[in-house]
Design a protein around this ligand. Structure first.
Ligand code: UFG
Length: 327
């Protein structure tokens, strides 16, 4: 298939590009390189600099590409994703994440592209009171990031219904780890995610780290999350695309492992490799106590099961950072 990957130079996008190329698809990447890295894009993909919020720029790229052969699908990864940043910069989040999706859909409609694969998030569920989240659970986001993703999900459902298109919406849980080749991984300034921060602390790239709250209603008092390896997540996108194109159906699917680990357990696992200095601090705004995915739907609809564990996630992130961040 011919696939347009918007945000394909970013952490998750570049892994999806790799999986698509290896599965034999023709891949076109559009990225504004705001957080993405040009070198992370596989050399077999065609790259365009472009911004999802620039309607005429996007239209030009689509025009040029669809002149030869139309896109079978568009994958969307071009979002701002830092939860606490969204609390202080909601306007930027609505502009990039919601207006960007509107422009992408409008461009797809104009050029007759019928299939969209969209990166959403577990943050749409909000402060979950149950142990495991299913796709049917009520969505009550508790931060602007989750709100922008839920608004985009709803827009995608209405637009695909109106123009007879198909969508596959993936709600990611906590994505981490690096590709086994160690060529691509999560690389950016001001990292905020627990696994890279813990690994950087273990590698002495940071003096110490803080656990944001140990008074949550969990066994050890720290927040519980469902961690998923980025390569497993990327492969799910290829399966999701094949599913909606072949079945002409749409779906909203959680991508997680159905297992939860606390912040302390993450630190313990990294400490098996190298010691980690940490202290306990106050809670971070917007953090729910526990988020675990039901992954039954991904297994049943797509035949997808994550192959890698928390150990693999931490090992690959550690090796990636050793190679790229230390001398
Ligand atoms: N944490 C710390 N110290 C740190 C960093 C994080 O204690 O230095 C804690 C957080 O408070 C939280 C847990 O580690 O309890 C996980 O935090 P992350 O920032 O790694 O991830 P989040 O769960 O906040 O968010 C991630 C993605 C979102 C997604 C969400 C869904 O960034 O895009 O998972 O679960 F929506």
């Amino acid at each position: 298939m011919k696939v347009c990957v918007i945000g394909g130079a970013g952490y998750i996008g570049s892994h999806a590009v790799l999986e698509l190329v290896q599965d034999g698809h023709e891949v076109v990447v559009i990225d504004n390189l705001s957080t993405g890295i040009r070198e992370a894009v596989d050399e077999n993909a065609r790259f365009y600099w472009g911004d999802i919020t620039d309607e005429s720029g996007l239209d030009e790229i689509f025009k040029k590409e669809t002149d030869t052969h139309p896109f079978d699908a568009v994958m969307h990864f071009a979002a701002k994703i830092v939860v606490f940043e969204s609390v202080s910069q909601p306007l930027e989040y609505y502009h990039n994440n919601v207006e960007g999706v509107r422009i992408m859909l409008k461009t797809m409609v104009r050029h007759g592209v019928k299939n969209v694969i969209f990166s959403s998030t577990a943050a749409v569920y909000g402060d979950v009171k149950k142990d495991i989240c299913t796709e049917e659970d009520e969505c009550i986001p508790i931060n602007p990031y989750g709100e922008t993703k839920l608004a985009s999900e709803r827009m995608i459902r209405w637009v695909t219904q109106a123009y007879e298109m198909n969508y596959c919406i993936f709600r990611y849980f906590n994505v981490a780890g690096a590709h086994e080749s160690l060529k691509i991984g999560l690389k950016r300034d001001n990292l905020t995610h627990i696994i890279p921060i813990t690994v950087q602390t273990a590698l002495k790239l940071r003096e110490s780290m803080t656990i944001f709250g140990d008074d949550y209603p969990t066994e050890d008092g720290t927040c519980i999350r469902d961690y998923i390896h980025v390569a497993d997540l990327a492969w799910a996108h290829v399966l999701g695309m094949k599913y909606i194109v072949s079945q002409q159906k749409s779906a909203t699917i959680n991508l997680g492992s159905s297992a939860g680990f606390s912040v302390k357990e993450v630190i313990d696992e990294v400490s098996r490799h190298l010691p980690v200095r940490y202290s306990i601090g106050p809670r971070r705004p917007g953090d729910p106590a526990k988020l675990i995915a039901s992954s039954t739907k991904a297994r049943e609809l797509l035949g997808w099961v994550p192959k890698r564990t928390l150990k693999d996630i931490i090992r690959t992130d550690l090796e990636f950072r050793k190679k790229h961040e230390t001398r």
